[in-house]
Structures are given as C-alpha cells and as structure tokens.
Design a protein around this ligand. Structure first.
Ligand SMILES: Nc1nc2c(ncn2[C@@H]2O[C@H](COP(=O)(O)OP(=O)(O)OP(=O)(O)O)[C@@H](O)[C@H]2O)c(=O)[nH]1
Ligand SMILES: [Mg+2]
Length: 338
C-alpha cells in the first residue's frame, strides 16, 4: 500500500508521479504506452496510485500526455514483424485438429465417419463465418476446415497471423462450446486444439484447384477408410492385414471390393462422407450485406441435438465443388457484385 504521505499535494504529471513513487520505494515496469505497474522492490507487492483510493493491487493506467517519455524498453517493438497477405490474392486459412486420431479414439467416434463429429466441425465453422463477413466459402472434411477470404478482403489490414489466429481460436472455442449439443452426455475428456495456416492463391483457378484438392483428398481417404474398416469390423481382419489387402489397389478395385464383398455401392454412401461440407452464403449476403439482409438469412433450424438454435446466415451443402457446375451456380462467391 502506498503511504498517504506520498500523496501529491498538488497535481503532478503522470510521469513525475511515477518517478516520485519509484524513487521512494519501488521500481516501475512499463506495461504498455502510458501504463505502469508499480512493484515494491523487496516484497513484490503491487503498488499504484489507484491503490491510494481503492486498495493496493491495481494496474496503473496513467494518461500519456505528450510529455510522457517512452521507456528504454520501447525499442523491442521493432522486433515485431508485419506479415501482410499479398494484395489481390485469395486468403485461405486452413485449420486442422491436433492429433485427432487420438482425440477421436478417446471420444469413441464412429469409424470411419462420425456424423456428430463432422456436424460439430461444421457448427464451429459456421460460427467463424458469422463472425467474419469476408469469408465467402468454407470447406470441411475429417478434422480440417478451410476458410476462404475474398481476395479484396481488408480484414486487419490483411495481417496473416492476426487473421489466422483469430480464426483458429474462435473455431477451437466454438468446437468446445457446442460439444454437448452434438455429443449430449458424453463429456469432453480434454481440450481439443487445432493448428492453422494461411495460404495465398493469386488466381481464381488456383483457388478452385485448392478446393478441388481438398475435396479429392476427402474422397480418396473416405474410399480407403470405408474399405479398411469394413475389412476390420465385418471380416475380422487385423488392421495390418486390412492395410496389406488394400496396398496398391486403385479406386476401381476398392469400389469393386465394397460391391462384391459387402454389397455396397460406394456412390450411395452419404454425400457428407464422400464430398465433405461446403458452407456458402446466399447470394447478396457476402461482405457488405445490409444488417436487415443478414437478419433475414439468419434462420432457426433444428440441430442434431433436436434443439432449435439460431444459425448464422450460411448454407451447408454436401456437393461437388471440383466440376464447373458449382461455380456456375454460385458466381457470387468469386464475384460478390454479380
Ligand atoms: N473415427 C473417426 N476418426 C476421425 C473422423 N474424422 C477424423 N478422424 C481422425 O482424425 C484423423 C485426421 O487426420 P490427420 O489430421 O492427418 O491426423 P491427426 O491425428 O489429426 O494429426 P495432426 O493433424 O498431424 O496433429 C484421421 O486420421 C482420423 O483418425 C471421424 O469422423 N471418425
Ligand atoms: Mg489433424
């Protein structure tokens, strides 16, 4: 606690007050421009002018007038590097679950696909889309989601790490928040986490190829995993033997295996599993949509949990995005002014 004897008799500038207190019995730690944390040198106790009125342990926020000197530590700010995304490039943020082979095991996900888990991923992605209007499309499969920010996006002055960290952290917290809606009484055993990266694509074609790559990956993995788990779960093969059986097989071989041995037509499996999830905004709802329009496209739908919930203004599709049709049907994704 700062003794009352140290109370200034007449108004002092913030800088002089800090100096007076520091000289008397403490040392000061600059916290940010214009803010100081006063700490007693021996006890480590926090001291502050605010403490004179309200108690001893408070951060001091002193107004920083023009007279306020910068601390000698200020120079470290120069080490912070700017990381702007190149202008006119599509900005894609891809998030991916950390060690989800383990997370899905611990949480008893259905193999190879768990509808609850995939729907939860999409719910978290919708939250991200509702927060960031500049996202024109999101594509998800397995434990990953890609968020496409329009090439003209100005968010955070296009600072890559600011954009990416905001997306990945909102996605993670939403995944955790909505967990009980999809997994009911099954509790989270530990906090899930996701990595994130930013990739820039300079042309519309590059962007479409990127999304095609992710959807092709979904198809390849799903076909393999469907065969693998059928062999293990229904034919009783060990994982090693199932992997051996599938080694070197082509896509047509796997389709044939499913059909001849399990009477499954791969093309009849749910599109959610074969194509992943595409989230888009209805035409007119991309960046700059009027609040009333945003309101009108927000609708109330029933989730897997059976509860009615306010969904963000987005549409979830399980459709092909590799062919031209999708882009012809939704030209506003590339050009919102259409
Ligand atoms: N059973 C089940 N597992 C899933 C499902 N979705 C994702 N996974 C698991 O999540 C993994 C995702 O693959 P990766 O991202 O390559 O692997 P990872 O274990 O998350 O490892 P890192 O991403 O490198 O941290 C898959 O290999 C599956 O094990 C699902 O619906 N059901
Ligand atoms: Mg992963």
């Amino acid at each position: 606690m700062i003794p009352s004897s140290l109370l200034p008799r007449k108004p002092l500038s913030a800088q002089r007050l800090v100096h007076a207190l520091t000289a008397k019995f403490g040392h000061q730690l600059p916290v940010s421009k214009g803010s100081y944390l006063l700490v007693n040198r021996t006890s480590g106790q926090l001291l502050s002018p605010c403490g004179l009125q309200h108690g001893s342990s408070r951060l001091v926020h002193l107004s920083s007038g023009p007279a306020m000197a910068k601390s000698k530590f200020e120079y470290v700010r120069q080490f912070e590097a700017d990381d702007p995304c190149l202008p006119n490039c599509w900005v894609v943020v891809r998030i991916d679950g950390k060690a989800f082979h383990k997370f899905t095991d611990v949480h008893h996900y259905m193999k190879p696909n768990d509808e609850r888990g995939l729907s939860l991923m999409t719910r978290a992605a919708q939250t991200v889309m509702s927060e960031f209007n500049e996202i024109v499309l999101a594509y998800g499969q397995s434990d990953e989601y890609s968020f496409v920010f329009h090439k003209s996006c100005k968010l955070y002055n296009r600072r890559a790490s600011k954009i990416m960290t905001n997306v990945v952290s909102l996605f993670s917290s939403s995944f955790t928040l909505f967990w009980p809606r999809f997994f009911n009484s099954q509790e989270l055993q530990y906090p899930p986490s996701f990595d994130g990266r930013v990739v820039l694509y300079p042309s519309d074609e590059n962007l479409k190829d990127y999304l095609s790559w992710r959807q092709a990956d979904c198809h390849i993995n799903n076909l393999y995993n469907t065969c693998f788990w059928k062999l293990v779960q229904e034919k009783g093969l060990t994982p090693n033997r199932a992997a051996d059986r599938l080694k070197g097989t082509l896509s047509s071989d796997k389709n044939e295996l499913l059909f001849s041995e399990f009477n499954i037509n791969y093309n009849n499996l749910p599109e959610l599993y074969r194509k992943g999830s595409v989230i888009i905004r209805p035409k007119g709802a991309i960046d700059g949509a009027s609040p009333s329009l945003e309101k009108s496209i927000n609708n109330h739908t029933r989730g897997l949990d059976g509860k009615t919930s306010k969904k963000p203004g987005s549409v979830v599709l399980h459709t092909d995005i590799i062919g031209k049709q999708f882009w012809e049907d939704n030209p506003h994704i590339i050009n919102p002014k259409i």
